[in-house]
Design a protein around this ligand. Structure first.
Ligand code: DCP
Ligand code: MG
Length: 443
């Protein structure tokens, strides 16, 4: 593995781990045009006295090369493999319009009519009467996602599975393994996903995870975007503030009222000013606007899950009783999630009937560690799934697809900090006095 050490934009060294046998050489960083500079040999004996000092200094400013890959209208694209007649048409995958069904994924043709994920299916059909609504087949999507993750791990050194259809790949220091042309490799990767999985995707390469995620959004569907190191601020400047993941509708409205429109408007403000406006989140927003942010691609969280299940002494049928059990399970898993400093994206319910028929239902939401948010999701999965025809033998709650709370962007809700303090206090009280003494209310 190589590490491209860069001091204030100037290349220092190209380091290799002990396992690398080839001779050392000076690093070549990508210039503004994305092309590599020619390499020069380096005299490491002469460099040694400076090496340790500069290595420590430079470690804090290694230029990362992080790719973000996100499948385009994932669930719809999977359905199009099975039924090619759906191609080029307004299609949504989701629940039936009669009940509480919502759109999980909408084709870009449907989006032209305003159809979006998480919208009630009935509303989607009103906006787009010719919409073809296809029922979800979650099991299949999960399997494809799993196969794609395995394939990604074969072609990139460090892969983080951020959600069912999103991956971060860290190529830092590995440029020479990809013919010093990572930009070209992004196109090859996109073609590989198309050829081997028949799925369209978009990919961005940048120096932080946040930037790569923002960049992917600008080229969807079927796009590739490369932001050479040093071009972060100029890339971000013209984009509207709302593209920043973590800037919710409320924060966006607050900033708009104060005259902020584009990221350039944020870049023009001091960190102190943004903190005065938004509290602690101001510091984070200031960093993101200048192209900084989390750049740690973590394998560890990709396959982790936390789950609790309960087999009842006597089968249960009453909904309030079953939902009470679900609340306890949710509180239990949420405490573990917070203990680890993670936030879950995928929430899964498991329901086993008296006759042992078992069903699972999952939903992916914005990363959270908040009991009521997870409970609401579990409750709605339960209400949609429970057929009430027989009693329930077992319930389970399973969380996966974690973000590291310490690394991820704080949602820009000024009340968020208070909320986190409250949740931590609740965990301390529960640890001391037992789980039943306190429950958390809505956010
Ligand atoms: N999903 C869901 N409920 C949501 C959002 C998404 O069930 N509220 C599911 C369906 C999506 C998949 O997760 O296909 C991936 O989510 P994305 O946000 O990446 O959405 P898409 O892949 O559908 O579209 P895009 O092309 O914008 O990535
Ligand atoms: Mg997607």
């Amino acid at each position: 593995m190589h590490h491209n050490l860069v001091d204030a934009g100037r290349p220092l060294f190209l380091c290799r781990s002990a396992s690398c046998k080839a001779p050392q050489s000076v690093a070549a960083t990508a210039s503004a045009g994305g092309m590599s500079q020619p390499r020069r040999p380096v005299d490491f004996a002469a460099a040694t006295p400076y090496l340790v000092h500069d290595t420590f200094r430079a470690m804090s400013c290694i230029t990362k090369q992080i790719a973000h890959l996100d499948l385009d209208c994932f669930f719809v694209s999977v359905e199009r493999i099975k039924d090619p007649s759906l191609r080029g048409k307004p299609v949504a995958v989701g629940g039936a319009p009669g009940g509480r069904g919502v759109v999980a994924s909408a084709s870009y043709e449907a989006r032209a009519f305003g159809v979006r994920s998480a919208m009630a299916s009935s509303r989607a059909l009103r906006l787009c009467p010719q919409l073809i609504l296809v029922r979800s087949r979650h099991h299949e999507y999960g399997e494809i996602s799993e196969r794609l993750a395995t394939r990604m791990e074969e072609i990139a050194p460090v892969v983080e599975r951020a959600s069912i259809d999103e991956f971060y790949l860290d190529f830092t220091g590995c440029e020479s393994l990809y013919q010093n042309n990572l930009a070209g490799f992004m196109h090859s990767m996109q073609k590989m996903v198309a050829d081997e999985f028949s799925l369209p995707c978009s990919i961005a390469l940048a120096t932080t995870k946040t930037l790569a995620k923002i960049a992917v959004g600008t080229v969807k569907p079927n796009g590739v975007c490369v932001i050479p190191p040093g071009n972060e601020e100029s890339f971000l400047a013209p984009l509207p503030i709302g593209v920043i993941p973590g800037v919710g509708a409320k924060t966006e409205a607050l900033l708009t009222r104060r005259g902020f429109r584009t990221i350039a408007d944020l870049q023009a403000q001091s960190e102190e000013h943004l903190c005065a406006l938004l509290g602690a989140s101001g510091g984070w927003l200031h960093a993101v606007a200048h192209g900084r942010g989390s750049d740690t691609v973590s394998v560890e969280h990709t396959r982790k899950s936390i789950s609790r299940e309960e087999t009842f002494a006597k089968d249960l049928r009453a909904i309030p009783e079953l939902e009470g059990e679900l609340r306890t399970l949710v509180e239990d898993v949420c405490a573990t999630v917070r203990e680890k400093g993670w936030r879950a994206r995928t929430i899964q319910l498991k329901l086993r009937y008296a006759d042992f028929t078992t069903i699972t239902r999952a939903r992916t939401i914005d990363p959270t560690d908040d009991d009521p948010v997870i409970f609401d999701t579990v409750q709605s999965l339960f209400r949609a799934a429970y057929d009430r025809e027989q009693a329930v033998r077992l319930l389970g709650v399973h969380l996966s697809n974690f973000d590291d709370a310490a690394q991820m962007e704080l949602p820009l809700n000024p009340q968020r900090q208070h909320r986190e303090e409250l949740l931590k206090a609740v965990d301390r009280i529960r640890a001391k006095f037992g789980d039943d003494v306190i429950h958390v209310g809505g956010a």
